[in-house]
Design a protein around this ligand. Structure first.
Ligand code: PEP
Length: 250
């Protein structure tokens, strides 16, 4: 049985003072021993602060990206080992903003996934179609390309150590959420793609939905059989809203 997971993606937001207030509220609102896990993925400079505040709480944390390289002359990169040194459990890879704005190709994203796994992190592997792709009926083709890039390069055991996030690009930061049926269809399709590599891994791997998740739509999305939680952007910056989304998963 897969347990639910709700992850906040702070993107390029935060300050020392705002983070402290946000995490202080979440620590009060998110108790331990609950069936659903919770984590936040924060800008790298705040990892030490977040580690200090969240250590010993049920809330995990991670980076929003990770280098595919382990070390070397790669200015601006942050390695998986560095994330681990700051207590990270997760690293998002292949977020659509990285794919579209920073040139992360399928190949690069899979290399980042593999680098994260080598250091013992749980990569959150993001996939999803643009609006034009959905409207032209290419959703499954896009998902197949993105997921098979992963399964072709990484063995089943490596894939099993990750989480997949289905994030339709047209729903990210737009206020336009996929219906629960659209989400379920895409999640079941993705699970089927993983099953063609390994049925057991497909049954166990968590597939999160991301794209304008709010307290008002979370319960319906999370009730779908193949939706194992959410990756939450904007709403993760508001403590009460994010805690309510997490509660919808418990
Ligand atoms: C995201 O950044 O992964 C995301 C889903 O953003 P939002 O919830 O704001 O749509």
């Amino acid at each position: 049985m897969r347990s639910k997971l709700v992850v906040g993606n702070w993107k390029l937001h935060g300050s020392l003072a705002a983070n402290e207030a946000l995490l202080g509220s979440l620590i009060r609102d998110i108790p331990g021993n609950e069936p659903a896990a919770c984590a936040v993925c924060v800008p790298h400079p705040y990892l030490a602060q977040v580690q200090g505040l969240l250590q010993g709480t049920p809330i995990g944390w991670g980076g929003q990206d990770v280098s595919r390289f382990e070390q070397g002359a790669y200015t601006g990169e942050v390695s998986a080992r560095m994330l681990v040194e700051f207590g990270c459990r997760y690293a998002i890879v292949g977020h659509s903003e990285r794919r579209t704005l920073f040139g992360d190709t399928d190949t690069i994203v899979v290399e980042k996934f593999a680098a994260a796994r080598r250091s013992g992190l749980t990569p959150i592997f993001c996939v999803g179609e643009t609006l034009a792709e959905r409207e032209s009926g290419a959703t499954e083709k896009v998902l197949e390309r993105q997921v098979s890039a992963l399964t072709a390069k990484c063995g089943a055991q490596e894939v099993a150590g990750g989480v997949i996030a289905y994030e339709p690009v047209w729903a990210i930061g737009t206020g336009r959420t996929a219906t629960s049926q659209q989400a379920e269809e895409a999640h079941a399709f993705i699970r089927g793609l993983v099953a063609s590599q390994d049925g057991r891994v497909a049954g166990d791997i968590r597939i999160l939905y991301g794209g304008s998740v709010k307290a008002a739509n979370a319960a319906e999305l999370f009730a779908m059989p193949d939706v194992d939680g959410g990756l939450v952007g904007g709403a993760s910056l508001v403590a009460e809203e994010f805690a309510a989304i997490w509660r919808a998963a418990t």
